[in-house]
Design a protein around this ligand. Structure first.
Ligand code: ADP
Length: 285
């Protein structure tokens, strides 16, 4: 059973246009799923349905096989951890420790267990030892980590992050990538995140879901979806830079025998090495 399944989900804002139109998809367990699409595509609106913040106008959502309408809302929000785009919308406690403890206290855990879980969650996100600091005095990237820790402390089976890399510096993005992979690999958590950073997605996605104007415009393995420049352009996005490079070299008559299009730096390095001529540039080892 897939942990997230959505059938013909449709949503309209009271005074707005249709924000989601008959979106149907299913997300396999334990993967990192990237939701891509330009601003206004419906990514946030989709995410807010997954923990019951929004109710569909039509269609149905199943979390762990149970319709969202049948979940106890508190329990649903423990299972589906939602990290908002703006940490300031999520962080409101005077100290980091209290922030991460908040959800645990709400669930009536005893103080010893709370302290242990807070330490664990902050350690996982690489923020051990900052319990006494104010979340408002942290950098943007650090705030994001604390927001993730607060959600992670409840040990959700599904983690949903709305544009987690927005406003992050390159090092912050790298460490967030490592963190999300670690959460997937160590805890088997199913992770959904949204972005329009097309170079990030091949590095950090097992599957890609392409939203455009409230509809699911494409879905599949990154190597399928992200190597279709026409599809991406028609959905208001661009292809990853490495894909563009390989496509350009092919158009120039090179790489004739190369199968597929490498989209990560590691894959491109491996795939392009045989085409490097000795004596041109650095020696091949
Ligand atoms: P994304 O996260 O992909 O940028 P959103 O889910 O925020 O997209 O928005 C989807 C659509 O819904 C857009 O057309 C947006 O203008 C509209 N929308 C979002 N929030 C509201 C709101 N509170 N009221 C009315 N329309 C909204």
């Amino acid at each position: 059973m897939d942990p997230v399944r959505v059938e013909e989900l449709t949503y309209r804002y009271p005074l707005g246009e249709v924000a989601l139109e008959k979106v149907s998809l299913s997300i396999p367990r334990g993967i990192i799923a990237a939701f891509v699409g330009p601003n206004g595509a419906g990514k946030s609106t989709f995410f807010w349905h997954l923990n019951g913040l929004y109710r569909p106008a039509a269609g149905e959502i199943w979390i762990e096989g149970v319709p969202v309408s049948r979940w106890d809302l508190k329990e649903l929000r423990r299972q589906v951890g939602l990290v908002f785009q703006e940490p300031d919308d999520q962080l409101f406690s005077p100290t980091v420790g209290q922030e991460v403890a908040f959800g645990l206290q709400n669930r009536g855990y005893d103080p010893g267990r709370i302290a242990a879980e807070v330490r664990w969650a902050l350690e996982v996100v690489g923020m051990a030892g900052v319990e006494r600091r104010s979340p408002h005095h942290l950098s943007g990237g650090e705030k994001k980590r604390v927001a993730i820790a607060a959600v992670l402390a409840l040990r959700p089976r599904i983690l949903v992050l709305d544009e987690p890399t927005s406003g992050m510096d390159p090092e912050g993005v790298e460490s967030l990538m490592r963190l999300l992979r670690r959460i997937r690999d160590e805890f088997g958590t199913t992770i959904l995140y949204s972005t329009h950073d097309m170079d990030l997605v091949p590095e950090l996605a097992d599957r890609v879901y392409l939203l455009y104007r409230g509809r699911l415009a494409g879905e599949g393995d990154p190597s399928e979806v992200l190597t279709r420049p026409d599809l991406l352009q028609s959905a208001g996005l661009r292809e990853p830079r490495l894909g563009a490079l390989v496509r350009g070299l092919r158009e120039d008559g090179f790489l004739g025998s190369l199968e597929g299009t490498p989209l990560t730096v590691a894959d491109a390095r491996r795939a392009l090495r045989p085409y490097m001529r000795e004596g041109s540039g650095r020696e091949r080892r």
